[in-house]
Design a protein around this ligand. Sequence first.
Ligand SMILES: Nc1ncnc2c1ncn2[C@@H]1O[C@H](COP(=O)(O)OP(=O)(O)OP(=O)(O)O)[C@@H](O)[C@H]1O
Ligand SMILES: [Mg+2]
Length: 501
Amino acid sequence: MSDPILVVEGISKGFPGVQALKGVNLEVRAGEVLVLVGENGAGKSTLMKILSGIYAKDEGTITFEGREVELTSPLQAQHLGITIIHQELNMMPDLTVAQNIYVGREPRTGPFLSERRLNEQAAELLKRLGIDLDAKRRVGDLTVAEQQMVEIAKALSFNAKVLIMDEPTSALTDAEVETLFQLIEQLKAKGTGIVYISHRMDELRRLADRVTVLRDGAYIGSLDKAEIDIAKVIEMMVGRHVDESTRPAVKDFSAAPVVLDVEGLSTKSLLSDVSFELRRGEILGFAGLMGAGRTETARAVIGADHRDGGTIRIAGRNARIRQPEDAVKHGVGYLSEDRKLLGLMLDQDVTFNTVLASLSSYTNALGWMGDRRAKNQTKQYVQQLRVKTPSVNQVVKLLSGGNQQKVVIARWLMRDCDILIFDEPTRGIDIGAKEEIYRLMQQLADAGKSIIVISSELPEILRVANRIVVFANGRIKGTLRNEEATQEKIMHLAAHGEENR
Ligand SMILES: Nc1ncnc2c1ncn2[C@@H]1O[C@H](COP(=O)(O)OP(=O)(O)OP(=O)(O)O)[C@@H](O)[C@H]1O
Ligand SMILES: [Mg+2]
């Protein structure tokens, strides 16, 4: 077994009202992937921010290549050889890809900055990493996934000895995830130690040489590859047993009224002849690979994208939906997969952000009203979804990434829509809270709402959906009732379209 490059012992860190870390230990060895797991708010990002020189620790020691070090700034940590790719992207949108990668380190000819050499250098780096992107493009024009690839390229340009990736795949497509995993293999072979934070057990299974578990800021333990057992890891994370394999109760919806009837939907870019029905009280799952047409269907239905054909009937009547506001008027709500568009007001508190979308029921002609009621209802969701926050008055930007997302989910669960479309609702959310979200969805459905869940995680689809619609290449390839569906059957349908491309 190789020597540890980085040894962390007894690290503690407090924020006002929160003890984020309590005596945590961690070890990173050369050429290994250490997967760091724990529920939302467990302290993962805080620990990594300490290791990358962003936060100062309160207590504990950090030993790097055999010497005790003080990490005082991100630049110093990077020069030592510790680099981080953050959970939240922080690129400068008006600069080019090349400028973002080498900001502050631009190649110079004498006193002058050489734009040409900068672009060449960046192009070479991207090529070496197998990232297909033009170095001269403006970062603000890139997709979230492309921006993430730029972050990764930037981190790797520092020749890191320890590379920290904080939930790197949350915005990547399947193909890009594959590219990332290949990069990780290359780096391992070169002896780089990698710390990889993820909520996805499939990634843990695939990548982990070792796993370290945090819970509530405390170090719970580490397991070597041979000892890794997912059920055990989950139990260490959550502190109790979680059964992931349950299915919804078998129900017959044939007598329930059709609330949404989509027929022959098509768009220029992708969709062709997409037809499906959603019944009252039903949860319908949309499965398929990235780009198969699931999100596109949702966007076309709510009028976010232009439809080139097809009809939409809501509660039996033709609905004229030209833009998302029309959809809301018809009682259709869409929770977007793009977290950047979710419009959290980061400087406002948890209560404000939770009730924002349901504002009309808390305001009267005089403006803001019912503060107590808003707080009480927010408290209930905070408890149910286990949002880790000192109080409902905490400013949202101080919550961990996953807890910010829980606030968004709470907001949508609270919204009074008859039809709710959730696009990748639990991405970045820990396993315990996922279960709560599924339970709340089921409650909404039992109360007569109808729900569409778009998800790339098959266990999630099988866990919640009464029926599963499988997409490939912009078409529906098949529909399965939950009781007849298996992961294999869904995958077969989803891949079938791929072969015919
Ligand atoms: N700057 C800050 N000020 C106050 N509290 C903070 C700050 N940064 C983090 N916290 C709190 O510290 C705790 C740990 O947060 P951290 O971001 O490390 O969690 P995490 O394990 O990365 O969670 P996630 O899986 O949701 O990303 C949380 O309760 C969070 O609200
Ligand atoms: Mg985090």
